[in-house]
Design a protein around this ligand. Structure first.
Ligand code: NAD
Length: 297
C-alpha cells in the first residue's frame, strides 16, 4: 500500500512514456519488450544480431499464445500486442522514444559505449535506464553527457512474472527521471522501489549472502537436491540451486564478485573455490545454456 501511494505521487512529475525502446533482445530485453507491449506501451527492440531479435519475438509470441490459450487475450489483441514490438538492427527508430532501457551484455565497456552511442541519437529529454544487475550506476553515468536523464531500472528474471523493479539513482539523476521510471514500471504492472546506488543495490545485497551460505553448505558436504527440497518446505517457491540455474552462473559469479569487493568485511570471497566458481569456469551457466546444477532440454 505504501509503495503504491509513493508510486502514485511520483506520477505528478513523471514524463509520460508513450513509446519505449529496449537495447538487447536477450532473456531480459525480450521480457521487457513483451511486458511493456502487453501493458500498452509500444516498444522498439534493438539488437546487433538478427538471430537474437528472432528469439526475442518468438518468446513474446509464445507468451502471448499462452495468454490466448488461457482465454485472457483474444487472438486479435495478441496480434496487436506483438505488432507493437518492433525488432530493429539500427538506431534509426530510436529518435522519438521517451525512454530507452539498456539490457545488453553485462560488460561495463560495452554498456558505456552503447549508452554514449544511443545518447547521441535520442532527444534531449529521453530517459536512459540500464537494467544492469551489478555494475555501478554512478560509474555508467560517467559515459553520458546528460547524466541527469540516466538511472538504473533493474528487472528480475523472468520479467513477465517477477513483480519487483529496482529504480536506482546516481548522484546526478533528476527527480523527473526517477518519477518517470517509477511511473513506467507501474504502468507495466510492476512494484518499483527507489534505491540509492550501491554494490548489489538492495535485492542482491540481501539475496547473495543466502547464496554464499548455500555454497558454504555444499562445500561442507550438503546435497544440493536435498537443500532445494528443504528450502521449498521452508516456504520458498524454489531452492537455491534451482534459483542459481534461473539467474545464471555467469551473472551470479559476477554479482558475487561485486559484493565481495563492495563489502569485504561482510561478504569477502571464500578462501577456496566454490561450486559457483567451478561451474562458472566450466561454462555451466544454468537454464540459459541447458546445464547448471540441473540439466534442461
Ligand atoms: P543475454 O545475453 O540473454 O542478452 C544480451 C543481448 O544483448 C544479446 O541478445 C546480445 O546480442 C545483445 N547485445 C550485445 N551487444 C549489443 C549492442 N551493442 N546493442 C544491442 N544489443 C546488444 O543477457 P541477459 O541475461 O538478457 O542480460 C542483459 C542485462 O540484464 C545484463 O546487464 C544483466 O546483468 C541484466 N540482468 C540479467 C538478469 C538475468 O537473470 N539474466 C536479471 C536482471 C538483470
Amino acid at each position: 500500500q505504501f509503495l503504491k501511494k509513493k508510486a502514485k505521487s511520483a506520477t505528478k512529475i513523471a514524463k509520460p512514456v508513450k513509446q519505449a525502446a529496449v537495447l538487447g533482445a536477450g532473456i531480459m530485453g525480450g521480457g521487457i519488450a513483451y511486458t511493456s507491449a502487453s501493458r500498452g506501451t509500444p516498444i522498439v527492440m534493438k539488437d546487433i544480431a538478427e538471430k537474437a531479435l528472432d528469439l526475442g519475438m518468438n518468446e513474446a509470441n509464445k507468451l502471448l499464445s499462452k495468454e490466448v490459450e488461457r482465454k485472457r487475450l483474444t487472438p486479435e489483441k495478441a496480434g496487436k500486442v506483438l505488432s507493437s514490438i518492433r525488432p530493429v538492427l539500427s538506431y534509426d527508430e530510436m529518435k522519438g522514444v521517451d525512454i530507452i532501457v539498456e539490457a545488453v551484455v553485462e560488460n561495463p565497456k560495452v554498456k558505456k559505449s552503447v549508452l554514449a552511442e544511443v545518447e547521441g541519437i535520442v532527444g534531449e529529454n529521453t530517459i536512459i535506464a540500464s537494467n544492469t544487475s551489478s555494475i555501478s550506476i554512478e560509474d555508467l553515468s560517467t559515459a553520458l553527457k546528460r547524466p541527469e536523464n540516466f538511472l538504473g531500472m533493474h528487472f528480475f528474471n523472468p520479467v513477465h512474472r517477477m513483480p519487483l523493479v529496482e529504480v536506482i539513482y546516481a548522484s546526478k539523476t533528476s527527480k523527473e527521471a526517477i518519477a518517470s521510471v517509477v511511473a513506467y514500471a507501474s504502468s507495466m504492472g510492476k512494484t518499483p522501489i527507489v534505491v540509492k546506488n550501491c554494490p548489489g543495490f538492495l535485492v542482491n545485497r540481501i539475496l547473495f549472502p543466502y547464496f554464499f551460505g548455500f555454497f558454504g553448505a555444499i562445500r561442507d558436504g550438503a546435497d544440493f537436491v536435498k537443500v532445494d527440497k528443504v528450502m521449498e518446505k521452508f516456504g520458498w517457491p524454489m531452492g537455491p540451486a534451482y534459483l542459481q540455474d534461473v539467474v545464471g552462473m555467469d551473472t551470479s559469479h559476477h554479482v558475487g564478485d561485486v559484493l565481495a569487493e563492495g563489502y569485504p568485511d561482510r561478504m569477502g570471497k571464500a578462501p577456496e573455490k566454490t561450486a559457483l566458481d567451478v561451474m562458472y569456469e566450466n561454462k555451466r551457466f544454468g537454464q540459459k545454456n541447458g546445464v547448471g546444477f540441473y540439466k534442461y532440454e
